[in-house]
Design a protein around this ligand. Sequence first.
Ligand code: 0A1
Ligand code: ZN
Length: 853
Amino acid sequence: MNDAAPNAAPQTFYLKDYKPFGYEVESVKLTFQLSPNATKVHSAIRFTPKADAEDNRFFLHGEQLSLISAKIDGTPVTARLVDGGLECDVPRTSFLWEAEVEIDPAANTALEGLYMSNGMYCTQCEAEGFRKITYYPDRPDVMSTFTVRIEGDEPVMLSNGNPTGAGEGWAEWHDPWPKPAYLFALVAGDLVNHPGSFTTKSGKEVELNIWVRPGDEGKCAFGMEALKKSMKWDEDVYGLEYDLDLFNIVAVDDFNMGAMENKGLNIFNSSCVLASPETSTDANFERIEAIIAHEYFHNWTGNRITCRDWFQLCLKEGLTVFRDAQFTADMRSEPVKRIEDVIALRARQFPEDGGPLAHPPRPEEFQEINNFYTATVYEKGAEVIGMLKRLVGDDNYYKALNLYFERHDGQACTIEDWLKVFEDATGRDLSQFKLWYSQAGTPRVKVSEEYADGTYTLTFEQSTPPPPGQPEKAPRVIPIAVGLLSPNGDEVRATEVLELTEAKQSFTFDGLASKPVPSILREFSAPVILERETTNSERAFLLAHDTDPFNRWEAGNALAKEVRVAMVLDGAAPDAAYLDALEKLVRDDEQDPAFRALVLSPPSQSDIAQTLHERGHTPDPQKIYDAAETFTQTLAQQLETSLPRLYAATTVEGPYVPDADGAGKRALNSRILSLLTRLDGGEQAARQYASADNMTQQYAALAALMKAEKGEAQSKAFFEQWQDDRLVMDKWFALQIACAAPETTAATAKELTQHPLFSMKNPNRFRAVMGALAGNHAGFHHASGAGYQLLAENLIALDSVNPQTTARMCAAFQTWKRYDSKRQAQIQTELERILATSDLSRDTHEMVSRMLS
Ligand code: 0A1
Ligand code: ZN
């Protein structure tokens, strides 16, 4: 064994140090002899030295492998085991490398490499998991074709590409498309398939399968339809066709992330593919459709064109998130999707960009790449592409994308390659735009205005507070979509994209009869924080009149924040004008129910804390909680007489269909039910719980009751009904913590960690409990410090089981500097306690050190 010693002085990798590998890999043949504790992997790899190699060191990555034998051209050789892999003296001409190793999938609780989940073998190789399967140049710029033979007694044995043969106890696969090792996959076990098929635009018939554990067959139909829609959409919108005869998806219960785009064999966290009306909510259905699309779209943006090195991760992830957002907008509602995405960006990416974990979409250094699968790389990476599209226009965007696929198919690329296709396709210089990829931090854009003699002037000033390690900030190109409304609510200037390129810049609009009301940053045209002095009455005006649905919601959201901030800071009563505006909107049946539900959903307590912090105040979580409670109670009372009618009017009758229209109505209905439950003692919610025939309504009723502390009986019944369904049980675990009052949150979470169904080995269950704890703002930040302590204890315990999930969940502490000195001291103690743990993983070590720096 040559395990890299954990807790060894961590090595830092730099983008500037990139060097190509000195050998071509012509072909890879792998043979697996499966056995839970002693799987043998034989590799036969043809290497050819590159004539122009800068560095011809023959180094193969390898971790947690027992090397049995190594041969070159059939002759045994002695390889030198070194830190993180092996070295060997090799010929200067083409040669066949063979190695046999033994690995222990059953002991692999880190869920990286080959591991077992519920008795089934599966793999996760992104980013650097293949080196835990065999010795290999495990880097994304090494691409090769793979032939795989699996020997074992599992009823189903799958790998990438097309099947080439199978018999008693064996199966063979060949993937004709050269790929990096991170896209390798193997699955073997007792699985059943939900079949389907798709005919591509050029008439090729593709066999589709979703493979699941026996018993889950009934939860595949929605995923299969989502897959077919994705295949068709990618042909229609990007002209991209699938390139194998077979596309397999497998559902796995134990998985660190959402899903993985392995070539022809996508592996999914079962929570991201299994769906049924009885067990999944509308939000689950929407997410499943989006993730299936995301993984499928990677077939071109990620697999056919991959990344040169892991610093370029946003090349595939930003683009694929952007594409899946386009897909969801087309399948469902464009404005609703945009609003949901901006809410998520502000909740997850803005805090990251403004805190100790800030990094650019293309980081320039890392210790553990798994720590960089972040909201910045994914979601901000997608925002950057959205800005690029806005700046060059739709036609030029698709022209550039066509050039990208034509020029780079089969290659491992960089952000420079990506921007070059846009420059070549449009003739535009993107050197300033490129700063979005290299600078961290969320720009703040201050807006001022002037009106005189029919001319209206908007002046923008941009600045970015310096994130760690990046003091100097040059001005970026910021596309700002602006429209102007007249005081009577008519749009007097349609949306125009202003290009802010300087630190301070003004734009004028002539010929206006009166001072207009500006609607700025329509559709959230850039991921920035807009700062503008304005009044609540202007916000209310935009909430009523803006023609841009995103900005209409944004006005309502800003208004809600102002009202809540005033309640927290001045102990003010909820603003009556705002309550009236909400009442008017919620009763306006002309408005889209999904939009009404979004406006009725208050900004999160964490969002209010962030806003207070940005304005120079120290947020008090308990006061923020109290203000939220008072506000919701007052709103419920204000709406009291209309709530029963609204509830009835928004109840969706008939069989459940997980479509956008029904989901929008149910979202509004659930909001109304939660308000109603504050007034009727839970009568309506109890009725809904008893009669619900789908999880959306059952869950909404349970949540409303539990929030009102009236759901004990229903919570028991829910447990009885669903205790054998792991995914539904995750909801049950999380909901109890999400609904707990601040002073009981940590105790509730702690008690649930003692529950027989709690497990450290299943990331979904761990996240259900610890994620809900961190997500209950006032509970997690309760003055006792019990929330911090409980999370730290559990992270320490998880680290030796599953470093990746531990490290990712450490980010719950990233906003710690927002809070008062007592809370900061409590968190610092916990972070230091984690860091002092012996044998701490490299993953967790890096995250905690960055937060403490
Ligand atoms: N590439 C996948 C996400 C993914 C990343 C890392 C993983 O293990 C460390 C697993 C999955 C995607 O974007 O869907
Ligand atoms: Zn992805």
